[in-house]
Write a protein that binds this ligand. Structure first.
Ligand SMILES: [Zn+2]
Ligand SMILES: [Zn+2]
Length: 383
């Protein structure tokens, strides 16, 4: 029980956070327009602002989140250092503390132990947990990260790291380009306010609004507008269901610059061992969520006379669909195994037969899917 107590947050006003968030937001949102009105803006100020608005949050998403908290890939020392350096510039705590709280968020999501649980309200999940609550960090869940001297150093000397990368460096660049005050308003205050609230939206907006594509029972949602603001982190329902995948926006067209950066780092040889969940597992999760949604909706409709018949029909189609999907997966694996082992030439009969079996299985799956999509009409006819 004593171990359990350290997980629970207690009410305690954090004045340091209140003052810090208030000052940066006020100076950023009110001070910046006044400064711009009187002094205008130069190209160097825009460049520095844009640079920090890209590099600091990307270090959080690619580094703090997907590399350190979830270990969805490996990266070399230079990349790890840069993520720690510019991640500190976002003023979102040390990577170790961030990862510990985030791992607990995934493990205990929507419960009392979730550090930023949406069950305590939208504001609590957004930033209330940082202002009015204190939750002792146990660090038991980040022992793997504590082995890294770089991560431990950033944690121990976090104030120096964050001050250097988040405030002193932009001010120094501002001073060297003759725009010290502009750098303070734009690249420190306004930039911090924007990054903070964009990040907070993942814990609030993405647990309140959007689509539950892969898990209908989790509060996490896929919210494309938040993904736009957070370099791809808004596809949160997928992320909670498959946290080990380095992608959050899993489809190629989904806005996830973090995933593109990681892929780029892999191509350059700076990152490796990128973890991807197979498309069959992703498709299976999507179909399961869809089936659960249909069944739940049917059960809540009191005006359906033959509910049991319809539920049986829905579940029969669903089972057929899942069977067709696993047949397709098996035949695809068989074909891929042949290719990777290079047993014979691609034109040989053994390949042709495996390819045929895979195409046939895929065809059967697509047919089952069409039948599945036709279900709502059948359901209405039966009702
Ligand atoms: Zn979440
Ligand atoms: Zn996560």
């Amino acid at each position: 029980m004593a171990q359990d107590e350290v997980f629970f947050p207690v009410r305690k006003t954090n004045w340091v956070n209140i003052v810090f968030f208030s000052i940066t937001a006020f100076l950023g949102v009110v001070g910046t327009p006044i400064y711009l009105y009187y002094f205008g803006i130069s190209a160097s100020e825009i460049l520095l602002f844009v640079f920090y608005l890209i590099v600091a949050p990307l270090s959080i998403t690619s580094g703090y989140h997907r590399l350190f908290a979830h270990v969805t890939y490996q990266a070399n020392a230079l990349v790890r250092f840069l993520f720690l350096f510019f991640g500190a510039a976002a003023y979102e705590q040390s990577a170790l503390k961030w990862a510990s709280q985030h791992r607990d968020h995934h493990r205990y999501v929507d419960t009392e132990r979730d550090p930023y649980s949406i069950k305590k309200g939208f504001f609590h999940a957004h930033m209330g947990w940082l202002l009015f609550w204190e939750r002792p960090i146990h660090y038991e869940n980040v022992k793997d990260l504590q082995k890294s001297r770089l991560i431990s150093h950033q944690h121990r000397y976090y104030r120096i790291w964050s001050l250097t990368s988040g405030i002193l460096l932009p001010l120094l660049i501002g001073a060297l380009t003759g725009h010290l005050i502009g750098a303070f308003f734009l690249s420190v205050c306004l930039r911090l306010a924007l990054i903070h609230h964009a990040t907070f939206c993942i814990n609030s907006v993405c647990h309140a609004f959007g689509k539950a594509t892969f898990d209908i029972y989790s509060s996490a949602r896929d919210h494309w507008a938040t993904a736009l603001m957070t370099y791809g982190e808004g596809y949160h329902n997928f992320h909670h269901h498959f946290p080990a995948d380095y992608r959050n926006g899993v489809r190629w067209y989904q806005w996830d610059p973090t995933k593109w950066l990681i892929t780029l780092l892999e191509k350059a040889g700076f990152a490796w061992n990128l973890k991807r969940v197979s498309r069959f597992r992703i498709l299976a999760a999507k179909l399961t969520a869809e089936n659960q949604r249909i069944c739940d909706q049917l059960k809540t409709d009191r005006y359906i006379p033959n509910l049991q018949t319809i539920l049986t029909l829905v579940n029969t189609h669903y089972e057929k669909l899942r069977q067709a999907l696993s047949d397709w997966e098996r035949s695809a694996k068989e074909y891929q195994d042949l290719l990777s082992k290079r047993i014979a030439h691609r034109s040989d009969v053994i390949y042709q037969e495996a390819l045929y079996r895979m195409c046939e299985a895929r065809g059967r799956f697509r047919h089952s899917l069409t039948m599945w999509h036709a279900l709502p009409r059948k359901r209405l006819a039966l009702a």
